[in-house]
Design a protein around this ligand. Sequence first.
Ligand SMILES: *Cc1c(COP(=O)(O)O)cnc(C)c1O
Length: 438
Amino acid sequence: MNPPPFSPSPALLERAVALAGTPVYLYDEATIIDRCRRVRAMPNAFGLRVAYAMKANSNRAILQLVTGQGLGIDASSLNEVRRARLAGVADQRIMLTTQEVPEGDDREELEQLMAAGLEYNVCSLRQLELLARSATTEQCAISIRVNPGVGTGESRTRNTGDKYSSFGIHLDALPEVVRRARAHRMPIVEVHTHIGSGGAPELWQSNIDRVLTIVEQFFPEATTVNLGGGFRVARMPDESSADITALGRYAERRFSEFSARTGRKLKMAVEPGTYLVANAGVIVSRVLDKKSSGPDGFDFLILDAGMETNTRPLLYGSRHPFSVVARDGRVLSDEFALPSQALLPQVVVGRCCETGDCQTLDEQHTVIPRRMAEPEIGDYVVIGGAGAYCSSMSLTGYNSHRQAPELLVRPDGSLVTIRERQSLAQLVMNERSLPEPA
Ligand SMILES: *Cc1c(COP(=O)(O)O)cnc(C)c1O
């Protein structure tokens, strides 16, 4: 039931490499549009608002693409808001959910943006107090991010809904928040939770009940319940994606029951990042070298795309599927499409001076070889499931590797550059030499 991931044909691969070299991020517009439509079609009781969590992939063209599909933008920082605006996104379609507490000029800018329609999701008591003090946002309607105390993530570090996580306003503080918002005459019209990324769909579902209980208990003026993002996406063939239609059906039922009980018709909002772009992108890399660490060791493939291009294996132990494509276009192995039993277990590493620069690690940083065809030096390794949190989370500057370019395949098959490869001059642009001795 997992919707098919984008996988470039050998001909497309050849065109992409001819245009931009390797390593390169390659995204598929049709897949992104398909995922936008799937989320917008989620069942719901009284209306659905969908925003794209832009930290998943903040390229301007991607923002234009998803907002063109009717989605809003979920921004995680003031700079993300600025980037969305540079992409042409209207202020009224942006919601800011941030750990930042903007001061000074940033504060003024934020207040102007709010006056122009930006929705601010209050994530702490301090944020609420600063908001209450400003003249332009006086008595404005607000959203509150609640930490419901139970979260779920694909790894421990991606659970954002329990006591180990600093996100949102924890349950203990809710009575105080409600009291202060009332004192400042700021109606809380939206209640927001985002309990983690890629966690168990059952917990995403039970969070709906938790939030509705919280809304009933604390937020009589709320008209929208924002359930955040975090839909699990299968990148590997043995993983499974969240069934967002089933989640929507469950929400529809619960929101309807809530309405029957309270007379309140709550609108639902979701803000996925991963779901919309993860399987719409790949990294095309080239095999630079091959080595072995002996009969008791491993066979290594050294690629020109490593931890600086895709940090997720090192950070989370995430697995991405590999396909091996010969220079002449023959697909030698494809972890997604073909069984790989007979193939050689290999360890895929990058070119950084760092043992952790390895694409085949588990969450404990243990090296786990993967079965794939043995390529020749110069052949391609395509890293799948790389549309979310790869480019946007890349390590810029380490070992002075330049940021890889990004290409987009349009629905008509044409290929456009949506980011050029960083130049060496850009890499050192902001550095200054020591002053001349006096
Ligand atoms: C990161 C984030 C999301 C998106 O998470 P995904 O796992 O990429 O879907 C949504 N909302 C907020 C507030 C976030 O921080």
